[in-house]
Write a protein that binds this ligand. Structure first.
Ligand code: SAM
Length: 287
C-alpha cells in the first residue's frame, strides 16, 4: 500500500518505516502507519520545494545531514510551535511566588548570587522572555547585583529566529498583565510589540535537540521549564529525557512540564527518577 495526498509524491510502507525510524530516534516521536497520510500531507509541498523527489531520497538526506537543520525543519512540520506569553499561568505564579524566594534563600546561604533557568523547548521565545520579565520584576532594584540568566533552546531554527527578533502580535501578548505589557515592550507600527533590550539581553537562544544524548552545562539549573514537548514522546523516551534533565537540575530545583504531561506516573514507576510532585506538573528534584 502507498499513500499520497496531493498525488505528487507517494510513500511506500518501506519508506514510511525508514522515516518513522529516523523520527523516533532523532525526534522522540513515535508514528504508526495510520499516520502515513498525515506525514505525506505535512511534507509533500516542502519536499518538492526543496527539489527532493522521493521519501527515500528525503530519508537519506536526513541521515547524512550533519547540520541538524533538516531535522529542525522536520520537527516544524510534524509537531507545533504553538505558544503565547503567560501560557499555563500557574507555572509562572509558582516560579515567582515559590521558586524564586527559595532560590534567594539558597543563594544567600551559599553566598552565591547565581540564578539559572533553562527553557528547554522555547519555541518562538514567549516562554523564556516571560521568565526573564519575572526575574526582572522580582529582583527590582537589586537585579544587577544578581548573576541572572535564562537559557532558551529549541530544535527549530525558524522558531529560534523569530524568538531572537523578539517581535510579537497583540494576540501573543494578550494574556500578559497590563503592567508587564507597559514595562517590558516597545510598541511597533501595525499593532506589534518588541521585547525591550534589557529583557532580550538576558535570554540566550541556542539550537538544542532534547534527544541528543548527554547535556553538558557549566553549572546546574535552579529551574527547568520543559513544557508541551514531551507530549509527543512515548513513555521510554520521556523517562530517558526526564532522567537526563535531572542530571543538570540542582538538588531541590524544579522541573516544570506542561499540564498535559504530568510525571507522577513516572515518579511512581520506580525507574530511578529523583523527583517528587509539588503540584500538578511541577516537580522537585530530591535533595
Ligand atoms: C508546542 S511548542 C512548546 C513551546 C513552549 N514550551 C510552551 O509550552 O508554550 C513545542 C516546541 O518543542 C520543539 N521541539 C520538538 N521536538 C524537539 C526536540 N527533540 N528537541 C528540542 N525541541 C523540540 C518544537 O520545535 C516546538 O518549538
Amino acid at each position: 500500500m502507498t499513500f499520497s495526498a496531493g498525488l505528487r509524491l507517494t510513500l511506500t510502507r518501506g519508506e514510511f518505516d525508514a522515516l518513522a525510524t529516523i523520527i523516533r530516534a532523532r525526534l522522540g516521536i513515535a508514528l504508526a502507519w495510520e499516520k502515513a497520510s498525515f506525514v505525506v500531507g505535512r511534507l509533500e509541498t516542502y519536499l518538492l520545494g526543496k527539489g527532493i523527489r522521493s521519501f527515500q531520497e528525503y530519508a537519506e538526506a536526513l541521515e547524512s545531514d550533519s547540520t541538524g537543520l533538516l531535522l529542525g525543519e522536520l520537527a516544524d512540520r510534524i509537531s507545533t510551535n504553538y505558544t503565547y506569553f503567560n501560557r499555563e499561568r500557574e507555572h509562572f505564579d509558582f516560579f515567582r511566588n515559590r521558586a524564586l524566594p527559595e532560590i534567594v534563600e539558597r543563594a544567600k546561604a551559599e553566598r552565591d548570587p547565581y540564578v539559572r533557568v533553562w527553557c528547554a523547548a522555547s519555541s518562538t521565545g514567549e516562554e523564556p522572555y516571560m521568565l526573564a520579565m519575572l526575574l526582572h520584576d522580582f529582583f527590582g532594584q537589586d537585579y544587577r547585583r544578581w548573576d541572572v540568566g535564562v537559557l532558551a533552546t529549541d530544535i527549530s531554527d525558524s522558531a529560534l529566529k523569530t524568538a531572537t527578533r523578539g517581535q510579537y502580535d497583540e494576540e501573543q501578548i494578550a494574556a500578559l498583565p497590563p503592567a508587564f505589557r507597559a514595562r517590558y515592550f516597545l510598541p511597533l507600527p501595525g499593532a506589534r510589540f518588541e521585547v525591550r533590550p534589557e529583557i532580550r539581553k538576558d535570554v540566550l537562544f541556542r539550537r538544542l535537540n532534547l534527544m541528543s544524548s548527554a547535556f553538558r552545562f557549566k553549572r546546574l539549573f535552579d529551574v527547568i521549564f520543559c513544557r508541551n514537548v514531551m507530549i509527543y514522546f512515548d513513555e521510554v523516551t520521556r523517562a530517558d529525557l526526564v532522567r537526563r534533565l535531572c542530571t543538570v537540575l540542582r538538588p531541590s530545583g524544579y522541573l516544570i512540564v506542561g499540564h498535559a504531561e504530568p510525571l507522577t506516573q513516572l515518579e511512581r514507576s520506580g525507574q530511578g527518577i529523583p523527583l517528587q510532585t509539588v503540584q500538578t506538573s511541577v516537580h522537585r528534584r530530591r535533595p
